[in-house]
Design a protein around this ligand. Structure first.
Ligand code: FAD
Length: 247
């Protein structure tokens, strides 16, 4: 049964006109990094709830969520207009299998995200587990415009702490941005541009690939990876591709 914990907004971060984060104070049950919960607001006397991934690690004191405003979506715009002190409900417990315990061992962990689907990776990169399990961790964040490359400080913190182990590769699709790859993730894998930038090959022996974001990116990237011999990771049939679809 879903339990609704009462939460209070502690802080709202505005990254761009469409991109926000909320830090929430609530008494929540433990979760595994990479999982999501549901956030809810009362709209015209009814509870409107949607799933959101935790950005914070399980041992941080506040809960944090990163989201964009979806035009005509009933919840995201309302979340974006919350202010410190406002109430919000958080579903208990958290759910989801987009977590490191579900990912088989490998040498290299590729974490591919479109837009706000960066969230679960930030959560588990703040824990010890990925750094102990994988030789190289490659975080890939695809956005349309460069100002959507949020959490830059958090990401540079990982790079500073683990300079030999961590790589961050941004993609910006609608403008040129220094240091970013152009275009879409699946095309860049197919053309060898992503691996060229990382200096690391994607193959079924060494790689574990996590994909989080919109269905198009997940489907197209999976297709390209299937051609390289990587298969979907299932509990009964471990593979190399672990996915979470946001929309
Ligand atoms: C497991 C899971 C975890 C999720 N975690 C996050 C998260 O951490 N951050 C986050 O921003 N969103 C996340 N989402 C999406 C989120 O739950 C909402 O769908 C989104 O915030 C829009 O809510 P809404 O009520 O305004 O519109 P909705 O009624 O949910 O959606 C309206 C329409 O917009 C589409 N849509 C949903 N999200 C997006 C998007 N980001 N960009 C473009 N179109 C979209 C939907 O497919 C639908 O057609 C997650 C979804 C799932 C299934």
């Amino acid at each position: 049964m879903v339990d609704w914990a009462k939460g209070t907004v502690q802080k709202r971060i505005k990254w761009t006109d469409r991109l926000f984060s909320l830090q929430i104070e609530a008494n929540l049950k433990p979760f595994t990094a990479g999982q999501f919960t549901r956030l809810a607001l009362q709209v015209d006397g009814e509870r409107v709830a949607r799933p959101y991934s935790f950005i914070n690690s399980p041992d941080e004191s506040h809960a944090e969520f990163y989201f964009n405003i979806v035009e005509e979506g009933p919840l995201s715009g309302r979340l974006a207009s919350l202010n410190p002190g406002d109430s919000i409900e958080v579903a208990q417990p958290a759910h989801g299998f987009f977590t490191l315990p579900e990912v088989p061992d490998g040498k290299h962990l590729w974490m591919l995200a479109t837009g706000t689907a960066l969230g679960p990776y930030l959560s588990f990169l703040k824990t010890d587990e990925p750094w102990k399990r994988f030789e190289k961790l490659i975080l890939v964040h695809a956005v349309r415009y460069a100002d959507e490359l949020s959490y830059a400080e958090t990401i540079s913190g990982f790079a500073e702490k683990h300079p030999e182990q961590f790589l961050f590769i941004p993609f910006v699709s609608r403008e040129q941005h220094e240091g970013a790859l152009e275009g879409r993730i699946p095309a860049a894998i197919e053309a060898g541009r992503l691996e060229g930038r990382a200096g690391i090959h994607i193959n079924a022996t060494d790689s574990q690939v996590m994909l989080c974001g919109n269905l198009g990116m997940i489907q197209d990237t999976t297709e390209v990876l299937n051609k390289r011999g990587l298969t979907k990771n299932k509990r009964r049939e471990p593979g190399q591709i672990t996915t979470e679809k946001y929309w």
